[in-house]
Design a protein around this ligand. Sequence first.
Ligand code: GLN
Length: 492
Amino acid sequence: MKIDLNLLDARDLLAKKEISSHELTKTYLDNIKKGEELNCYNTVATEHALAEAEKSDLRRKEGNHKSPFDGIPIGIKDLFCTNNIRTTASSRILSNFVPTYESTVTQNCIDAGLINLGKLNCDEFAMGSTNKTSYFGSVINPWQSSQSDAKLVPGGSSGGSAAAVAADLCVASLGTDTGGSIRQPASLTGTVGLKPTYGRVSRWGIVAFASSLDQAGPITKTVEDAAVLLEIISGHDEKDSTSSIKDKENFFQNLNNSVKGIKIGIPKEFESDDLPVSTQKAWDECKQLLQSNGAEIVDISLPHTMDALPTYYIIAPAEASSNLARYDGVKYGIREEGKNLIEMYEETRSIGFGDEVKRRILIGTYVLSSGYYDAYYIKAQKVRSLIKKDFNEAFQNVDAILTPSTPSTAFAIENEPDDPVQTYLNDIFTVPVNLAGIPAISIPFANDENNLPIGLQIITNSFEEQKLLNIAKNIQDTINYSHKPNKWWTND
Ligand code: GLN
């Protein structure tokens, strides 16, 4: 049986009764077993998934399927609370946490009949760009360089979500993106990753990192699948006061791949001599391709681009230090006893959090402390407004912006620099988008000289996901990117 299915393939097979949800789910569970070495899943929900698949088959038999996608198995980043299924945020402090409720996003998936195969590994509390900060260890990128068999990072923080889609350990997956955590791993694994507009998707029931930046979104094999999954997970939720009251949109039905008359901006601040030649080439080819398909390419400026990373690394840790105050050994997760209450808090948090999370809490409490609040936090908020203003001005002249998704392709796990600031640079192209609250997508465009995927990013104005998807589809349909990792971890 062909196992590298996307959502539309699986939908058609189920509709034609060529496969049952149970068979499909079983196949993916087998794939997960064969791919254990990739370390994509923190928890595999085998019994749950098989039982749900049986229920789905029954619904379909009776003509009561919840949607055309009823019965398709997907993977969920281990940051979404899932009722009765362990949710760890890849942290030791939550390593025993089993929620008694379901996040709105995963509930929306259940309402469409999608099957949860299990919880995907990620950086601890979604803090990282390589998946190395996970308490459960690194995720291995299914791609390998043609020059060496060194194990590569899948990107992060949704590294498990991206690697699992690329390796066929689920049909599609859910991730979250605070500064690039959907788009950067999508770029490094040859998958499609979409970060929606802030407010498009409910954050209720997702373990919070930086609440003014966090958004959930799909990681998929195709642009069509991204449209389908976005449609399923989006919409107003009264449990999240920041979720938009806009009506749900039919992103999939309204997909069209015309870019005629569309203006695409190329921000000069994203150009750099440090960009790998192959990434620059992909970017140039994409501009030409869009032009030949009827779009107009316009040079633009986003003057505060270089301020985005320092601004993010003040605002995100500040919010994280406040959000993570709740993990104290009392209400959730593990507890390490101490002589008194204060010592219990200290011991629990000392052993419960990893180094990167502690670093963020320290930075966050520092920039929020009296005396430094105005100098750092307030200043960062002001720069954030300027970054947002840059985009607003750009979108008066262009429909969309095209950039590379990441400054490099996947690199060896053992080559991650010791200096965290070097790692932070991985998000240089994605972070401005989160600060502005606007949507963006990463799509695979080509492979580099080592046969590793290069992703390009398209950005549009707030709530213009349809335009984003349409442009992405135009590129996808023109290039027909068809590279696949050779499945070195299995004999299949
Ligand atoms: N890599 C960034 C960070 O570590 C972004 C993470 C994310 O988007 N969740 O903060």
